[in-house]
Design a protein around this ligand. Structure first.
Ligand code: BES
Ligand code: MN
Ligand code: ZN
Length: 500
C-alpha cells in the first residue's frame, strides 16, 4: 500500500472518507462532513440516519456516487468517544476502511482527518490510521493464478489529509508493518517452499538492514552437542539450521543483548507419533515463533531501534522416516541433560531447549523471551484471543503483558511451579518430553524452564492459538496474523531502548 500525507489534494475523483464523532451525530455535523452534506443537499445526513449510524468507533457507512462531489464513493467512519480515540482506535478505523475498499474496484482512498478530536495528537492519529490500513490490506495471493478480476485487490494508495507531521510518525510504523509482512509471508508459505535452508535464504536480506546473520549447520550443531534438536530433525531429508540475527542499535558499549528465541518447525507431522490427517496442513505454520522473531528483528532494524537484540530461530522439519527418532529414545541436550522422548510430536520443546542452552552460553543474556506454537493445549485453554505467557519473573511478565495490551497482541499469564515440574520426571532419564494429559501447556513450559540458568529472566509465549486466524480480524485478513511482531517491538521500545 502506497501511503502519503499530503497537505491537500486537488481532486476527490476517487473514494473519500471523513470521520464523524458521536457528538456530531447528536449536535450536528461539523467540518468536512458538514461541507459534504451541504454540497449534497442533506443526502449524507439522511444516509447516516437510515444506517442508524451513531459515530461508533470504526463503524462505516458508505455512499456510492454521492451527490454534490466528484468522489466515486464517500465513506463516513465513526471515531467513537474522542477521549478513548487512541492509537488502537485509529488503527481499527484504518483497518475497517481498507477492508471495505480492498477489492471494491477503487484504487485510491483519501481520508480527511482535519479537525478530528482524538486522545492523541492528530499527526500521530493519522499515522496510526494509515498503519491500520496497511496491516489490514496485506494478502497472500502468490499461488492464486486464476483469480477473477473482481476478486483481485484494487486499492493501491491511501492519502491521509489534514494532519501535519504525520509522515515522521508513520516512518516508524512502516518499519513495523514491514516486519509484520515478513512474518506473515514466512508463515503463509507452504512447507515445500519454506524449509530450514530456504527460511535462512529468505532471511539473508536482513543484512541490508544492518542485521548481522550467523547460521549453524548440522555439523556445527553436532559439535555443540545439540542432541535434542538434531533428534527431531533426523527423520527429515531437509537439514536443520539455526539462524542468529543480531541487531546492535547501541554501538560499541552495547552490553548484553536481549534474546528472542523462536520455534521454527517448518512442518510438524508429529514424526513417528504421527498426527491424524485432518488439519495436518496447518502444521506448515509450526514455524510461527521463528517467523515472529524474524519479523520483529526486521522491524527493530528498519526503525533503527536504540537497543541490542539478538533473535535466534531453530529450524527443523519433523518427519516420520526409517531414520526418524522413536518413542522411548533418549537424547542429550547441549547442557548435558538427558531426555526420554515419549512422544515425537512434542518436538518443539526439544528444539527450543538446545537453543536456550546455546543462547545462554553464547551471549549470557539477562532476559530471554521465547515464542513457540508449542501446544494444542493452549488453544483449549485460551482459544485464538490470547497467547499463553509463562515467566519465571513477575516484572518481565508485567512488561510483556503491558506491551501486548497496547498493540493488541494479547497475553494471558499461566501458572508454573514445582508440582507441575514433577510431572515430567522420567524413570530412565533426567526428564521426559511430555507430562501426561493434564495441563499440557504448563508441563511444556516447565520442560523449557529446566534449561534456564539461575538468575536469568525468562518468558515463554505459547502462540499456537494466535499465529493463524480462520476469520479476518481488525488488522489482518484470515490466515497469518503476524502475532508477536508488534508485541516484541513494543516490549523492546518500552523497556530496553535508550532515548536519543
Ligand atoms: N506444533 C504442535 C502444537 C500445535 C497444535 C500448534 C495445534 C498449533 C496448532 C506441537 O508440536 C505438538 O504437536 N504438541 C503436542 C504435544 C503433545 C504430544 C504433548 C500437542 O499439543 O498435541
Ligand atoms: Mn508436534
Ligand atoms: Zn510442533
Amino acid at each position: 500500500m502506497e501511503i502519503s500525507f499530503p497537505q491537500q489534494i486537488d481532486t476527490l475523483a476517487h473514494a473519500h472518507a471523513v470521520l464523524v464523532s458521536p457528538a456530531e451525530m447528536k449536535d450536528g455535523l461539523a467540518g468536512a462532513a458538514a461541507a459534504l452534506d451541504a454540497a449534497g443537499g442533506g443526502q449524507l445526513r439522511r444516509a447516516l440516519a437510515s444506517a442508524r449510524f451513531e459515530g461508533e468507533a470504526a463503524s462505516v457507512v458508505e455512499l456510492l456516487a454521492p451527490a454534490g462531489t466528484e468522489a466515486t464513493r464517500l465513506l463516513v467512519v465513526g471515531t467513537g468517544d474522542p477521549d478513548k480515540a487512541d492509537a488502537a482506535v485509529f488503527e481499527k478505523i484504518g483497518g475497517a476502511l481498507a477492508a471495505r475498499l480492498l477489492t471494491s474496484g477503487e484504487t485510491r482512498l483519501s481520508v480527511d482527518v482535519s479537525g478530528v478530536q482524538a486522545a492523541l495528537p492528530l499527526a500521530e492519529a493519522a499515522a496510526h490510521l494509515a498503519h491500520g490500513a496497511a496491516l489490514r490490506s496485506w494478502r497472500f495471493d502468490r499461488y492464486r493464478t486464476t483469480m477473477k478480476e473482481k476478486q483481485k485487490p484494487t486499492l493501491v494508495a491511501i492519502d491521509v489529509i489534514g494532519a501535519t507531521g504525520a509522515g515522521a510518525w508513520h516512518d516508524r510504523l512502516a518499519a513495523i508493518a514491514g516486519g509484520v509482512a515478513r512474518t506473515r509471508e514466512l508463515v503463509s508459505e507452504p512447507a515445500n517452499i519454506i524449509y530450514p535452508e530456504s527460511f535462512v535464504e529468505r532471511a539473508m536480506d536482513l543484512a541490508g538492514l544492518g542485521i548481522e546473520l550467523t547460521v549453524l549447520d548440522e555439523d556445527e550443531m553436532r559439535t555443540l552437542g545439540m542432541g535434542a534438536l538434531l533428534g527431531v530433525s533426523q527423520g527429515s531429508v531437509r537439514p536443520a539450521r539455526v539462524l542468529a540475527m543480531r541487531w546492535n542499535g547501541l554501538g560499541a558499549d552495547a552490553g548484553k543483548p536481549v534474546l528472542l528465541v523462536g520455534k521454527g518447525v517448518t512442518f510438524d507431522t508429529g514424526g513417528i507419533s504421527l498426527k491424524p490427517a485432518g488439519g495436518m496442513e496447518d502444521m506448515k505454520w509450526d514455524m510461527g515463533g521463528a517467523g515472529a522473531v524474524t519479523g520483529a528483528m526486521h522491524a527493530l532494524a528498519a526503525r533503527k531501534a536504540r537497543a541490542h537484540v539478538v533473535g535466534v530461530v531453530g529450524l527443523v522439519e519433523n518427519m516420520p522416516d526409517g531414520n526418524a527418532q522413536r518413542p522411548g529414545d533418549v537424547v542429550t541436550s547441549m547442557d548435558g541433560q538427558t531426555i526420554e522422548v515419549i512422544n515425537t510430536d512434542a518436538e518443539g520443546r526439544l528444539v527450543l531447549c538446545d537453543l536456550l542452552c546455546w543462547v545462554q552460553k553464547t551471549w549470557s543474556p539477562e532476559v530471554i523471551v521465547d515464542l513457540a506454537t508449542l501446544t494444542g493445549a493452549i488453544i483449549v485453554s485460551l482459544g485464538e484471543e490470547y497467547a499463553g505467557l509463562f515467566a519465571n519473573e513477575d516484572g518481565l511478565a508485567a512488561q510483556l503483558e503491558a506491551a501486548g495490551r497496547s498493540v493488541d497482541d494479547k497475553l494471558w499469564r499461566m501458572p508454573m511451579g514445582p508440582s507441575y515440574d514433577k510431572l515430567i520426571d522420567s524413570p530412565i532419564a533426567d526428564m521426559k518430553n511430555v507430562g501426561g494429559r493434564h495441563a499440557g501447556s504448563v508441563t511444556a513450559a516447565q520442560f523449557l524452564a529446566r534449561f534456564i540458568k539461575p538468575g536469568v529472566k525468562w518468558a515463554h509465549l505459547d502462540i499456537a492459538g494466535t499465529v493463524w486466524a480462520d476469520k479476518a480480524g481488525t488488522l489482518h485478513d484470515k490466515g497469518a496474523t503476524g502475532f508477536g511482531v508488534r508485541l516484541l517491538d513494543r516490549f523492546i521500545a518500552d523497556n530496553f531502548e535508550t532515548r536519543g
